[in-house]
Design a protein around this ligand. Structure first.
Ligand code: F6P
Length: 498
């Protein structure tokens, strides 16, 4: 960061903090005295609407973030990402997940999609089940898409996932299946991940009729035993947690009808166009990133809860946790300097209404305020028609209760402090297009937040040390001697567990 950028960033944060000092004790309800508040803080993007009016923020504070975005060269970094320049600086790579859904994608991308479609058509009549094995980005995205779009699954096709190296997961995944009618899809960008290879070895030994793989290391998949025709490549310019648009989702291409996978890509492409072209203050992922930074840094809220009021989006929080925290859970800038501020909050959450009967007590009456992001499906819903209004009534009521609160004279335990912030978002329907747009929205928000914080969201060095240590401890847990330099507590547990 050069001296000018440094000074501009510092000044922008000083301005943001001045707005925070102005608003930190504001009553959310009082902010609605501005008759334009709802209109000016409601943003539209393809398939997605977001209302930030129940956040403790206003247009003036957002304008201060525009200055921060200028200082951080938001336009420049965004242009670099969409030009395919190296934005993953520590690994010397581009980040071109958007290219996987670009209508003008190069031939290698289009060919890969055509090969997936051809494989899907060929394999479908030969199978009753798919076992998808992968972990992290090679699991969470396709698992979420399959769950969210379940009504579009070919009936009679059993789709199973296993990720965990706890053998119970893979044992469950093959339980009751006929290996002669099953395809195993091994999904690993590196094809070196311990958990996935352990699970894949086990399932291969069970004797599935078909083996397939999605990987950026096709030689390794072929050496492991997948016929080369069934190896679907993706590229090192696709980060693991940004990879659901690639052959990582082969399971979705095989198991979903009505061109659902293609339509998912189309929806994401519409969000890409919005993110690429809209100016900062009209850009939904960018504004949402500003709100996230505001809550985390200006108002010091350490976490936020993502609560989909949609059963079919129940896996969204898990996918979002990896996306946000593996991307922006960093303590140094992309130039290697220590960060002065956090680049992201802790992401957590679960589907409503279930979550209301679990941790919402803390959201309403716990000591700390935790901002909430509600996500509803504004379109048609499955199941009994009378349930639809109840889902919305609950989502709106929770957001309103957090904000309005309730005072009970002489009974603090029945008092709700209120004045707690939330965002209300809606997808227009739970279609593949809207799901694609929603997931691409989160990807771009994560990127925008990284740019505002000055970090590289596309590496994940923080996962390496634990992997190395697990490999070093494994021989001892398999009956060998403990490493000499191990601490006494770990040594105790090796003795107990081996
Ligand atoms: O442990 C983290 C990680 O590297 C993630 O970034 C990635 O999504 C996951 O492991 C799986 O990696 P792979 O696809 O190479 O098996």
């Amino acid at each position: 960061m050069n001296a000018n950028t440094f000074a501009a960033t510092k000044q922008a944060w000083t301005d943001v903090e001045a707005h925070a000092a102005r608003l930190t004790n504001a009553r959310l309800l009082d902010l609605f005295s501005d008759p334009n508040r709802v209109r000016s803080l409601t943003y539209e993007a393809p398939h997605l609407t977001a209302d930030f009016s129940k956040q403790r923020i206003d247009s003036a504070a957002l304008a201060a973030f525009e200055k921060l975005a200028e200082a951080a060269d938001f336009d420049g970094w965004r242009a670099k990402m969409f030009a395919g320049e190296v934005v993953n600086t520590s690994e010397g790579r581009a980040a071109m997940h958007w290219r996987l859904r670009d209508p003008n994608a190069p031939a290698e991308v289009k060919d890969a999609l055509a090969e997936m479609a051809a494989f899907s058509a060929r394999i479908r009549p030969q199978i009753d089940a798919i076992v998808h094995l992968g972990i992290g980005g090679s699991d969470l995205g396709p698992r979420l898409v399959m769950d969210a779009l379940k009504p579009l699954k070919y009936s009679g096709l059993d789709v199973r996932f296993a990720a965990n190296v706890d053998g119970a997961d893979v044992a469950d995944a093959i339980e009751g299946l006929d290996p002669k009618r099953t395809v195993l899809i091994a999904v690993s960008k590196t094809f070196t991940t311990q958990e996935t290879l352990a699970n894949a070895d086990f399932v291969r030994a069970w004797g599935p009729a078909h083996l397939a793989a999605a990987t950026a290391a096709p030689d390794k998949a072929i050496a492991w035993g997948v016929p080369s025709d069934n190896v679907f490549q993706f590229w090192d310019w696709v980060g693991g947690r940004y990879s659901l648009w690639s052959s990582v989702s082969l399971v979705c291409a095989v198991a979903l009808k009505e061109r659902a996978f293609e339509r998912l890509l189309n929806g994401a492409a519409a969000m890409d166009a919005h993110f690429q072209n809209a100016s900062f203050l009209e850009n939904l992922p960018a504004i949402s990133a500003a709100v996230q930074m505001w809550n985390r840094e200006a108002l010091s809220h350490g976490s936020y809860a993502a609560i989909p009021y949609a059963e079919r989006l129940r896996l969204l929080p898990a996918w979002l946790q990896q996306l946000e925290m593996e991307s922006n859970g960093k303590r140094v800038t992309r130039d290697g300097a220590l960060l002065e501020r956090s680049a992201c909050a802790v992401t957590w959450g679960a589907a409503g209404t279930n979550a209301q009967h679990s941790f919402f007590q803390l959201l309403h009456q716990g000591v700390d305020e935790i901002p909430v992001e509600f996500i509803v499906n504004a379109g048609p819903q499955e199941g009994p028609p009378s349930h639809r209004a109840k889902v919305y009534a609950n989502a709106l009521a929770q957001a309103r209760a957090l904000m309005v609160g309730k005072t009970q004279e002489n009974a603090l335990h029945r008092t709700f402090p209120g004045n707690r912030a939330s965002t209300m978002m809606a997808i227009d329907a739970l279609t593949p297009e809207a799901l694609g747009a929603l997931l691409a929205f989160y990807e771009h928000r994560t990127f925008a937040q990284a740019v505002l914080a000055g970090v590289n969201p596309f590496d994940q060095w923080g996962v390496e040390l634990g992997k190395e240590m697990a490999n070093a401890l494994l021989p001892a847990l398999e009956g060998g001697a403990a490493p000499a330099d191990v601490d006494a507590s770990t040594a105790q547990w090796i003795e107990r567990l081996k």
